[in-house]
Ligand binder design. Structure first.
Ligand code: SF4
Length: 459
């Protein structure tokens, strides 16, 4: 079995295009700054974060009861509720619903959960043309890519590239990259798809246990357009997306848009409770590893995530290596603590793709201790996982040297001597990853300890 690609190896691909790396970094930092401005305008920002965190803590510790309450209320509203233990079961439910209702054409609004379950691929194999209606998602669907960001799926593409994609798939003018013109072309194209669709698939941002209703947030109104026109609405929801009461919703809606894009509110926060007369509404509640994560004491509160993407926009590693380098449905800091829970071997390098600066935890609207969990995963991986051998040995060696003053002094002296006589061609060669992008500092004549003993010891 071949080893999964490491984060560093995947990042190297992205980093080859220096101009794109810089632009990607700056673009996401700009979104982070917009988030800061929006947050600073609310004096109660920290109170909201605390409330959201506490509500989610309550949800996680009462998940069993709240799910039963949610199901009961949804059923009473006339919604058909289905449970899926994993992605396979989820996809089979969707397929069966489409078959039973003789659905020929379907549209889908943005849903990370359906990405996680591989729904598009599954349905395409069954002969369905799944049309993603979120603009960013449609762009990457044309480009045969997966989202590189959970809120801005096509953030890795420049408008010139989007112009080329639209020229190829939608027949827009060659070389045209005006966002207004391209958006209009997408709108005309998608209207046609909305009108033809018999079924609309959406994700769920918040399920409300008290009412059995749920909320879907979009900026483009595409979820509403799809669900209002089609006879069948299939809503796919991770079981952790619950909140206890409708009154709690305001806390999360205020935090979500500000954290995601710096907007005060998402353009469309649509509430669904029951099917319209003559129509059907299905709700699929998906576990897919969530209850296992809930049982891991150190990592359970990663399930508080409301998928705002703020931890990605602030992360220096994500900004410079893009979402593709993570190889997981949810990239960035939160993805690096969720993914090892799904497959420790495949995602064993992700918790190391972090500076542990803590910026992710600082911006997280539900106060997940992301950087601490990254550190915890490193410990788990070092103990029972599959850390890279080179890393394992170098850490062992470092532990020996740092734990023994005599060894430390000897190694320091040796390194200072060796660095002086080692030719630059070796220091800045492929063999030394550290030398690839940086100049090493000038080697000092002596260590700090030697200098201290000479100059200050007797002061
Ligand atoms: S972990 Fe926090 S900051 Fe990151 S996406 Fe989830 S809610 Fe947003």
């Amino acid at each position: 079995m071949s080893s999964p690609k490491t984060h560093a190896a995947a990042a190297e691909e992205f980093l080859k295009d220096e101009a794109r790396t810089l632009w990607h970094d700056e673009t996401l930092w700009h979104v982070r700054q917009k988030r800061d401005t929006a947050a600073q305008k609310l004096p109660e920002w920290e109170t909201l974060r605390n409330q959201a965190s506490q509500i989610k803590d309550y949800v996680l510790s009462h998940l069993d009861e709240l799910l039963v309450q949610f199901e009961k209320n949804a059923l009473a509203n006339g919604v058909e509720v289905l449970w899926a233990k994993d992605g396979k079961e989820h996809n089979e439910h969707v397929y069966r619903i489409l078959q039973e209702n003789h659905v020929k054409k379907l549209v889908k609004s943005k849903s990370i959960l359906t990405e996680e379950c591989g729904l598009n691929h599954f349905l395409e194999e069954k002969g369905y043309d799944v049309v993603d209606t979120d603009l960013g998602e449609r762009i990457i669907q044309f480009n045969h890519q997966v989202p590189s960001h959970i809120v801005m799926p096509a953030i890795h593409l420049k408008k010139k590239e989007i112009g080329e994609i639209f020229h190829k798939h939608l027949g827009t003018k060659e070389g045209a990259d005006d966002p207004g013109y391209l958006t209009e072309a997408a709108r005309i194209h998608l209207r046609e798809k909305f009108i033809q669709a018999n079924a609309a698939i959406t994700g769920v941002n918040f399920g409300i246990a008290e009412t059995g209703g749920f909320v879907v947030c979009t900026n483009e109104g595409n979820a509403d357009m799809g669900t209002h026109l089609a006879d069948i609405h299939i809503a796919c929801m991770g079981i952790e997306k619950l909140i206890p009461r409708a009154a709690d919703l305001g806390v999360f809606l205020r935090l979500l848009a500000r954290s995601a894009t710096g907007q005060s509110i998402t353009n469309y926060s649509s509430h669904f409770h029951r099917p319209s007369p003559g129509k059907k509404m299905y709700l699929i509640l998906v576990d897919n590893g969530r209850t296992t994560q809930l049982g891991r004491e150190d990592f359970r509160n990663s399930l508080k995530c409301i998928r705002c993407g703020a931890c990605m926009n602030t992360c220096p590693i994500y900004r410079r290596s893009s979402g593709f380098s993570y190889g997981s449905t949810v990239p960035g800091p939160i993805g690096s603590i969720l993914s090892p829970g799904i497959d420790l071997n495949k995602y064993s390098t992700l918790p190391f793709a972090s500076t542990l600066c803590g910026s992710c935890s600082e911006v997280c609207p539900v106060k997940i201790n992301i950087h601490e969990q990254l550190y915890k995963w490193r410990q788990v991986i070092a103990k029972e996982g599959n850390p890279q051998l080179a890393k394992k040995w170098s850490m062992k060696l470092a532990g020996k040297v740092l734990g023994n003053p005599a060894w430390y002094n000897f190694m320091g002296k040796t390194a200072r001597t060796m660095l002086k006589i080692t030719p630059d061609s070796l220091i800045y060669s492929k063999v030394n990853a550290w030398g690839k992008k940086r100049d090493l500092p000038e080697v000092p004549k002596e260590s700090f300890k030697e200098w201290y003993q000479k100059n200050r010891k007797n002061e």
